[in-house]
Design a protein around this ligand. Structure first.
Ligand SMILES: Nc1ncnc2c1ncn2[C@@H]1O[C@H](COP(=O)(O)OP(=O)(O)OP(=O)(O)O)[C@@H](O)[C@H]1O
Length: 471
């Protein structure tokens, strides 16, 4: 990401700019029209773009390309080249997000000043983004539960080797985080960590994205595998890999080398492969969707990553960790968690695992109060209920109480609800809940529930006795 993409329909001009910049030590890539430009952007985002406004034989002009870049790659600074006297267009381009402009004809010094400034801005922006990303992705793994400790012990063991690791576990449980942990604590920590999400790469572009491209005009554009040289390549959700990609990856693993698209040279890269799946690969293999040979090569050390519900003990520490993180990275308020909110978080269902917790914390910090602890009432309307798998979901209020008090609260609310359902009719209620009428009366009395025969409204309540409601 330290090269400059020069987009100009006039060959002399783009080559002149390129020569000047290369003399100054920059790497350049050239594009003559919108299609070449978009292709180059997709192959790898450059550190800077120099873009001519008028492009002949191009399906988009410079302003349209600028808009596309600002939409898809807002971090790339774009310097516009405008014709002499076209100051309005240059101003319009700046409004669309261009970093600066140079007017034709320009001299070398002007060009170098603008490019120097833009590259510096780009470097700072990247550094910032990297810092933020590191903050969000490679922070220490949080957890003290038994399930987490078992995971950590396995991760620590594999940091010392170079073996291929397959992380399994539900989505959002922290598989990529675990892979980053292995990388950061291994001998490859100084090398790159490159994440490949095969499902999101268009199958037609897969080879180019993975293996890179080699052309006479543009030289070498490194693919993801080459970018990961000396480090770790993380194959995310391998079960989502189209069959063609599975074969290609398998061949690289077997041959330990590959060729770039359009190139004959064999490229050898030094990689550690860590992959992940949230699906059962054995059944994917059985149904013919995943190749057994690839599975055997990737699954050298399988490590299961537990879902959040298997490590509820870690939820408060994780929630506090995310509060700190969002405070530092985004300036969101640093709030504590009330005991009820904490208990409620620990009893909720977490189908989206740690990611869901992180998103919830972010939402609470954005939408909630600026000060004071996060309270249970701010949490999503999860209350007691019976989950699909038959487990009871408890609210924070119940979860913080001793059993006797929790049972009393439950019984009172349960019986109130039933009496109201049956319109205050104690016989029918007793029949439904499976108690003798007299026993139910005693129970209600001990719980402080009074019933009222008044028509309409809530006919049973907790509190002062009004009259002996009867059927
Ligand atoms: N133990 C942990 N400590 C701190 N943060 C964690 C931990 N586990 C996961 N996270 C955070 O939870 C979020 C989801 O984790 P990650 O992306 O690693 O999950 P994943 O299992 O790879 O998900 P998917 O399979 O959907 O890609 C990330 O923001 C990550 O930083």
């Amino acid at each position: 990401m330290s090269d400059i993409l020069i987009v100009d329909d006039e060959r002399d001009i783009r080559e002149l700019i390129s020569d000047i910049l290369r003399d100054e030590g920059y790497q350049t890539r050239l594009a003559a029209n919108a299609d070449d430009c978009i292709e180059a952007l997709n192959a790898a985002p450059p550190a800077l773009m120099i873009l001519d406004i008028w492009l002949k034989d191009s399906r988009m002009d410079g302003i349209d390309i600028l808009k596309t870049v600002k939409r898809d790659n807002p971090g790339i600074p774009v310097v516009i080249i405008s014709g002499h006297g076209n100051i309005e267009i240059a101003v319009a381009a700046i409004k669309q997000g261009a970093y600066d402009f140079i007017e034709k004809p320009f001299n070398i010094d002007q060009l170098m000043v603008v490019v120097g400034r833009a590259m510096e801005a780009s470097r700072l922006r990247r550094e910032n983004a990297d810092l933020r990303k590191r903050d969000l992705t490679t922070a220490d793994l949080i957890g003290t539960s038994a399930a987490f400790k078992a995971l950590k012990a396995q991760l620590d063991k594999v940091t010392k080797s170079n073996g291929r690791v397959m992380l399994t576990g539900p989505s959002g449980a922290g598989k990529e985080m675990a892979a980053r942990y292995i990388h950061a604590n291994s001998g490859r920590a100084a090398g790159p960590f490159v994440s490949v999400s095969a499902a999101t790469i268009e199958p037609e572009r897969m080879e180019e994205v993975l293996f890179g491209r080699q052309t006479a005009g543009r030289g070498v554009e490194k693919g993801l595998l080459e970018q990961a040289h000396g480090g770790v390549v993380y194959l995310d959700e391998v079960a989502d890999m189209p069959p063609g990609t599975q074969s290609k990856i398998l061949r690289v693993l077997v041959e330990q080398q590959f060729a770039r698209v359009g190139g004959a040279d064999k490229v050898r890269v030094d990689l550690r492969v860590i992959s992940s799946t949230s699906r059962d690969l054995r059944s994917e293999i059985a149904s013919g969707r995943f190749r057994q040979e690839l599975y055997d090569r990737l699954n050298v050390v399988p490590i299961p990553v537990p879902g959040l519900e298997e490590r509820r003990e870690d939820i408060p520490a994780l929630a506090r960790h995310f509060i700190d993180m969002f405070h530092r990275a985004q300036g969101l308020p640093q709030r504590d968690l009330s005991a009820e909110a904490e208990a409620m978080l620990q009893t909720m269902a977490w189908p989206g695992n740690v990611r869901q917790l992180r998103n919830l914390v972010e939402r609470l910090l954005i939408l909630g109060e600026d000060t004071g602890p996060i309270e249970a009432r701010e949490l999503p309307g999860e209350t007691e209920g019976v989950a699909e798998d038959g487990r009871v979901i408890l609210s924070g209020a119940l979860a913080t109480l001793p059993l006797r008090e929790a049972r009393e609260l439950f019984e009172r609310e349960y019986l109130l609800t039933q009496i109201n359902r049956f319109g205050g009719n104690i016989s029918r209620t007793a029949n439904f809940v499976g108690m003798e009428r007299s026993a139910l009366h005693r129970k209600l009395k001990s719980l402080g529930v009074v019933t009222s025969a008044k028509a309409g409204g809530r006919v049973a309540q907790y509190g002062e006795e009004e009259d002996e409601g009867e059927d």
